[in-house]
Design a protein around this ligand. Structure first.
Ligand SMILES: Nc1ncnc2c1ncn2[C@@H]1O[C@H](COP(=O)(O)OP(=O)(O)OP(=O)(O)O)[C@@H](O)[C@H]1O
Length: 208
């Protein structure tokens, strides 16, 4: 019995151990997040914040411990219910802004929402036909964020999501995160700066 209400989800990790390049990065790590909750993963450089997100996304295998999602879509894996947004923007410079978004929507599959509307929400509708290679760093980040809106997935794994965003961009993104949480989603974000939304702190490896 999970004790969850219908539609609610809970993502948790217990006793997680991460080894990279033969070196232990962290061990005995526990975390939990429920629908509507955000967790800010904090810690010094190299403490394993990105590694934790990659473990949850299924891009790395834990050396120990377990990760479980309760109450999600029973026919989909955890990875299929996650968006993983790395700190580097995964964009194809020769493709236009709209084509990059379509590429990601095709790649990720599932139900998709209007790309133009998503681009408008992140303030990029004026650049829709521009090659992504021409975008500024903040605009590239905004295009990456539009992916979260075009393909809806309940678990957002975000690595330093506000990097390169100006103050207005950070406010815009805080609004998008709040909407996502209000709709029952959850967010695990590695960050060195405040996220701009209410969040629980998960500190890895002692004080930064
Ligand atoms: N592919 C790899 N092979 C070996 N070691 C790696 C690899 N990737 C990362 N590491 C090591 O794992 C440790 C954790 O890295 P990680 O990127 O998870 O840290 P982080 O907390 O996100 O750091 P930062 O705040 O600098 O972004 C670091 O010591 C790093 O050198």
């Amino acid at each position: 019995m999970s004790g969850l209400n219908q539609g609610d989800m809970r993502l948790s990790g217990h006793g997680l151990r991460c080894v990279r390049g033969g070196r232990e990065v962290f061990a005995g790590l526990d975390f939990a997040a429920g629908s509507g909750e955000a967790v800010a993963v904090m810690g010094r450089n190299g403490s394993g914040k990105t590694s934790l997100l990659r473990l949850i996304a299924g891009l790395l295998v834990p050396a120990g411990g377990t990760i479980a999602l309760e109450g999600g879509h029973s026919e989909l894996s955890l990875a299929e219910q996650c968006h993983y947004l790395g700190h580097r923007d995964a964009l194809k410079p020769a493709l236009s802004v709209a084509e990059n978004l379509t590429f990601w929507a095709d790649f990720l599959g599932g139900e998709r929402f209007d790309a133009v509307e998503s681009l408008a929400k992140v303030g990029l509708d004026h650049a829709i036909h521009l090659p992504a290679g021409f975008l500024s760093a903040g605009q590239r980040r905004r295009l990456s964020l539009a992916r979260l809106l075009t393909v809806r997935r309940p678990v957002w794994l975000l690595d330093e999501p506000t990097n390169a965003l100006d103050v207005a961009g950070q406010d815009m993104f805080a609004g998008l995160m709040r909407e996502h949480l209000a709709s029952g989603g959850m967010i695990i974000a590695a960050t060195h700066a405040p996220l701009g939304i209410e969040s629980r702190e998960l500190r890895i490896g002692g004080a930064a």
